[in-house]
Each structure stands twice: as C-alpha cells, then as structure tokens.
Design a protein around this ligand. Structure first.
Ligand SMILES: [Zn+2]
Length: 353
C-alpha cells in the first residue's frame, strides 16, 4: 500500500503548550528507557506506567510507547532511547476542519486539546482525504525540529493492484547525471548541469550575503533553493514514472541511500555527492510514492559494486573511468551511469536489508 507522511507544523503554540509538549517528551523518553530494562516487558500494558510514576500521563501515549519499545527490543536495535516522541494512534488523533482551518486533537497532560496546524495546499488535499475516509491515517507523532513543533501523520491508501509485469527499471543517481533510468539498455537520462549551475548560483549569492552579514536573507535564499530543488524532483520523478508506465515496467529498483544520508562521507563513486544527499533522498521518495500510486512495485538494492561490474561478471574498480565504463576483461564499453543503472535493475549485490 502506498504511504506518505504529512508533517504539519503546529500553528503558534503558546509557551505553556510548548513547555508541556517538551515535558511530555521527557517523561515519555524516561519511561521508554525504564521499560526497556523491565524484566516483564513482554507482558507490559498501560497500567505498568503506575509502577514508573505517579504523574498523570495519557494512556494512549503509553500504549504506543510500549509497542515501540517492545519492537525495538525484539529487533535488538536499542540500548537507550535518546528521545521518544509522543505518539498517538488513529483513534486518539483526530483531524478536524473548522471553516478553512485544520485542527488536530490529541490527549495531553491536562486534557484532550485541539490545536490549529499550518496546512500547505498539497497537505490540505491529503487532510481532506483523511476527513472523507478515502485514505487511512496511521499513528501520529508529536515532535520538535528547529524550535518548531510538528505532528507527523503517516497516510496509507489502497493503490491500484501491483503490476505483474516482469519488466524492471533500474535507476542510478549521481552528480554529473542526476538520474539515469534504464529499462534493459534503453535509457532516460537527466543531466546534472542545470541543477549544479542553479545551486552554484544560490551558494555564490549566499557567500555575498554572508560577507554582508545578512543572515535573514541567507535563510530566505536557502528556503528558496529547497523549494526549487523540490520542484525539480517532482518533475523528474513524474517523468521517470511516466516513462516506466509507457514501457510497461512492473518494478522500479533504486540504490539504498541510507549510507550517504547517515555518514558524512560516502564510499560511493562520486565523492561530492553527499553535497546534496537530501535532494537525492527526496527524489527517491518521490519516485517511490509515485510508482506505488501507479501500481509499480518498488525495491531498494544494495549499491555495492554496481558501478564497477561488467555484464560479463568481471568486477574491478578500474572498469570505471569517469563517465566511461570499459571492462578490463572483455572490453565491453558503456556509459558508466547507464551501466550502474542496469546493474541496479539486476540487483547484482542483492536487495537492501
Ligand atoms: Zn566484461
């Protein structure tokens, strides 16, 4: 089922409310860490909170936290939680529309409150669909980012039946060529020069503003650039998915970008590509949801060796030389990124975990 996450900024919460959200997060985090070490965590349900504290705390949040801690413990991927944001399942988080405004209500330390949210036009479309019941709302999360409070609400809906076509499209992302999509040896290529030029122009402008210490203008310019890049990503993802549809593709494969997102330096072929890792990540997300909305399956593959392996099977770093791929073993030549895209399509290093 296709999924997206709506991130709604709370509209001007009072200082009292902000302090309460902060306090709730702190209690919830302490509770999660306490629970993680509890000998009977498997049997835990909401009354266990009384063992932890006498403070009043919404049981809806407690239930979600218990579920989260249990699953983390099961997967053994948690030692301590740095932060456990408060979550509310769909019965405890209600979206409402009053006139032209949207509010979201959820339980807090005091009582259930309804707070206004800032809904951008594309978000309003989704909120209206939640209200009409055409999409399903998942568990919402109350979180803070850069001094602002948000509610993240995942949404799922019934997409078309997944395609049964065996045809695969592989997509390679890079700097020189932002995206190279291949269906077999047939390719659709998006050059990076326009993006690189525009981003250079923005950053040159910001350097000037920096010298003049115009901090507000720098922030504005950054936001403007993000919006521009997002728009580019929407257009590219739309073209890629349309191309896939027109060619009867049933499955799109892309490389797992977790690495370039989480580490400062990337081992991958373009040393500079972490420069816009967020933009690549966004492009991937857009392709994924547009594909799934169109009934095209989507998989992430392990990117290792995709850029240096030949169709004959020979794998060597020296096979790739900048834009060119030339196999040292059999002499096969190909556009390097297209070769990468083909290998991603074949998932030569397996699917990402
Ligand atoms: Zn070869």
């Amino acid at each position: 089922m296709p999924t997206i996450t709506l991130r709604l900024e709370l509209h001007k919460p009072t200082l009292t409310k902000q302090a309460m959200y902060q306090h709730m997060t702190e209690i919830n985090t302490e509770f999660a860490n306490w629970l993680l070490l509890h000998p009977e965590i498997d049997k835990a349900n909401s009354p266990i909170f009384k063992e932890f504290s006498n403070e009043k705390f919404p049981s809806a949040v407690v239930n979600q936290t218990i579920r989260e801690v249990k699953s983390k413990k099961k997967n053994q991927d948690a030692k301590t939680f740095k932060k456990m944001w408060c979550c509310f399942n769909n019965q405890n988080l209600t979206v409402e529309k009053v006139g032209d405004y949207y509010t979201v209500s959820f339980p807090t330390l005091e009582k259930r409150i309804g707070v206004p949210v800032i809904a951008r036009p594309f978000q309003q479309v989704w909120l209206d669909q939640i209200l009409s019941g055409t999409v399903k709302q998942g568990a919402g999360q109350l979180y803070k980012k850069k001094k602002k409070w948000y509610l993240a609400i995942p949404i799922t809906w019934e997409g078309p039946q997944p395609s049964e076509s065996e045809k695969i499209m592989g997509i390679d992302l890079g700097l020189r060529f932002i995206a190279v999509a291949s269906i077999g040896t047939q390719s659709l290529i998006f050059k990076g020069s326009k993006v690189a030029y525009t981003r250079r122009r923005y950053s040159a402008k910001r350097r000037k503003l920096g010298k003049a210490k115009k901090l507000q203008a720098i922030k504005k310019s950054k936001n403007k650039e993000s919006r521009w890049m997002k728009d580019q990503n929407h257009q590219m993802s739309r073209q890629i998915v349309n191309h896939a549809l027109a060619n009867g593709v049933g499955l799109i494969r892309m490389e797992d970008l977790t690495d370039i997102r989480n580490t400062a330096k990337s081992k991958k072929k373009d040393p500079g590509r972490n420069l816009h890792s967020w933009a690549f990540y966004q492009l991937k997300e857009f392709i994924k949801y547009k594909a799934e909305m169109a009934g095209i399956r989507f998989e992430l593959v392990n990117p290792e060796y995709t850029s240096q392996t030949c169709k004959c099977g020979h794998q060597a770093k020296a096979n790739r030389n900048g834009l060119k791929f030339r196999c040292k073993e059999c002499g096969y030549t190909c556009h390097a990124d297209l070769n990468g895209a083909i290998n991603i399509g074949k998932a030569i290093s397996g699917l990402a975990a």
